[in-house]
Design a binder for this molecule. Structure first.
Ligand code: FES
Length: 85
């Protein structure tokens, strides 16, 4: 994972199974830096602070704490990666 700045906004990019996902830089729980966590074998991004898990597809909190990680649609085109806000 890495942090990039797009349209004056810092977001996280994560790669899983050759697909790029875009989501918030900070965790919705207590602002952990998502890029310092990891993506597990099931395709969930895991926050480094308290290990809450979120779906890369839709931001749903799959470890059950009731939070929601903001995600952004991405599309790979010939001239690069596009992220929709
Ligand atoms: S700050 Fe991310 S799980 Fe607590």
């Amino acid at each position: 994972m890495c942090i990039v700045e797009v349209a004056d906004k810092k977001i996280t990019l994560g790669k899983f199974q050759d697909q790029i996902f875009a989501f918030a830089q900070k965790c919705p729980h207590a602002s952990g830096i998502m890029a310092d966590g990891f993506i597990d074998a099931a395709g969930m991004v895991v926050c480094p602070l308290h290990r809450y898990r979120f779906s890369l597809q839709n931001g749903r909190n799959t470890s059950g704490e009731g939070y929601y990680l903001k995600t952004y649609p991405t599309q790979m085109r010939e001239d690069g990666l596009y992220v929709a806000f």
